[in-house]
Design a protein around this ligand. Sequence first.
Ligand code: ADP
Ligand code: ZN
Length: 731
Amino acid sequence: MQGIATICRAMQRVRLLILNAALGPLDYKLPEGVEVAPGQVVVAPLGPRTVTGIVWDAGRLPGPEIDASRLRALREVLPVPPLAEPLRRLIEWTADYYCAPLASVARMVLSSGGAIGGPTTMTEYRLSGGMPERMTPQREQAIEALEGEQATIRELAGLSGVSEGVLRGLVNQGVIEPVSVAIDRPFEISDPDYHQPALSGDQLTVAKRLVKAVEAQEFAPFLLDGVTGSGKTETYFEPVAEAVRMGRQVLVLLPEIALTENFLVRFEERFGAAPVQWHSSLKSTERRRAWRAIANGEAQVIVGARSALFLPYKQLGLIIVDEAHEISFKQGDGVRYNARDVSVMRARYEKVPVVLASATPALESLHMAASGTYERLELPNRFGGAVMPRIELINLTEEKPGVGKWLAPPLVAALEDRLAKGEQSLLFLNRRGYAPLTLCRNCGHRFQCPNCSAWLVEHRLSARLTCHHCGHETAPPQVCPECGEPDCLVACGPGVERIADEVAEILPEARVAIATSDTLGSPERAAQFIAEAESGAIDVIVGTQLVTKGFHFPELTLVGVVDADLGLEGGDLRAAERTYQQVAQVAGRAGRGSKPGEVFLQTRHPDAPVIAALEAGDRDAFYAAETDARRDAGAPPFGRWAAIILSSEDEREAREAANRLGDTRPESDDLYILGPAPAPLALLRGRYRYRFLVNARRSANLQEVITCWLDSHEFAPGLRVGVDIDPYSFV
Ligand code: ADP
Ligand code: ZN
């Protein structure tokens, strides 16, 4: 401490990383008697306004120095702990690696802006039980919707669908009352010895190795490679417990909010208390409370979505990335980072172990394990003697579903059999809604999104035509907008809702549930679904990729993959791997209890290598073939890809900017650049998109080449340039 104070007194001038990507670093002087340390969050004047910034280490942010006489003084040092050095280095690394502005990365760290130096209490509102003097339809709507809710006025307006003005009117009348919420009220304490389960031999071996790594408090990356149902969670709870005993914080990243519920239940059984949660549907008071507890070290175990990775942990001791192969760890816009990869970097800077857990690891992760960079830990068997399910192919070119139907006779027979036995079935189709495409039967008009080059998807449950890219929605029209024919809509192809209808026809007495982000969008709804599925109140689950992850339903003995070929369409680089992972994961939901599971894959391409590998249950063969294909293509992990997307509301502006950029493409032996070409999604949210793909050898300095290339151009204000390093989406 002494050391830091001395340095900072000497540091009369400070350079700030400003939380605004349009501004570079700015220099200020310290007011008389004020001391700051690197990492401190401060407020500084800028013209007539003020900006928030982070005091950065001297010499690490490039840029000209302005003369001391022109420096303005910092306005205020905010009372939050300074961002520690490992986190500052992580911010720099992330910005460099993903070609993103430092400010954008820093904003993720300080994402809960209100938590910074804000008050220690906040006001939330709830119904008081009283009634307004005059009832209006909007007031009635609000009172009905807000039963049992408590949140800020803005959040309540979102929940009830009425304006904040209407709610304020109800506050004035005493119908809605304010409640003071303490932001710093403590979280429950996790007890590392609350309930220790008896681990199997394999589990114990793995757990001991990880506990040792936690005790060592050194950087150590692990790949926990365990089959579905092997008990990876129970196993990694042991090093979690050890870190808690040592007074260190643990971050557990999960790919999906819908999975959190299952995790919370198991966590409470093991630790006797709930962990601290971090995800996008937290209320603002919960967000502030969590942020502050994380920063001051009070939060012990934090379970969160990928954004939890950038929080300012006071004393991290361990990071777990569960279902580490999941593509939802990759952020698709803003800073396009992959939380799996950044978590390894964070662990490196923090000098702590990191565990990537998966039954179907990404090829990149297996490669790191094979080369010895990651230590591989294996759980080759299911816990408690459950056996892996048998996988059978249904060749759709021979076993045809009925006209306008999607389930082939053997799958139908298996569904009937399970219902008769009182066992559960799961049908997997990665398509939300009723049908992916809607036509006019008279003129063939296709319903397309006005803002995107994409079809509108019919959702019958909500009676909407919806764009899955921008969220545009309309009611299905009474007459065709093209030819005027009434009642003309024809649904083409199946979505989960249509499959659910088909099941209801085949098995009228079955209780069918649809599990997608539309039906399980909030933690509460996910919890309700899990409770119903576990209690046996559901016979058939029809779901999207959401049901491939993490769920554990002991009575589930049949899995049907409605269209195993679906993921192979579209030709993206990881199509085969993703198909393998999705099918293997969804198959892994079957037979996790005492009864064995059976899996049917409906396919038109039984000979495709990935389908054949799935049938044979031969993971190694699949990965070996995929490794060869990637090596030939110079794809990761052997080479690297980057995408550059230029977009504008003006088609011509986008095209011409892309062509101009293309004219100055860098020439190099170790990388080549494809494009520009219209992106497969040529129009997205009203912006026209042109794309370059860069394929580089590992020897190339990909980021530097791209940054120099882009920096040498001036782009019009309406033009956006997005860089995606290690892209997952090629649209
Ligand atoms: P995975 O994540 O590897 O697919 P899970 O962690 O979901 O597997 O474990 C499968 C099931 O086995 C869960 O219900 C889990 O509670 C149970 N289980 C695993 N290990 C143990 C253990 N040592 N003691 C008791 N139950 C266990
Ligand atoms: Zn759209």
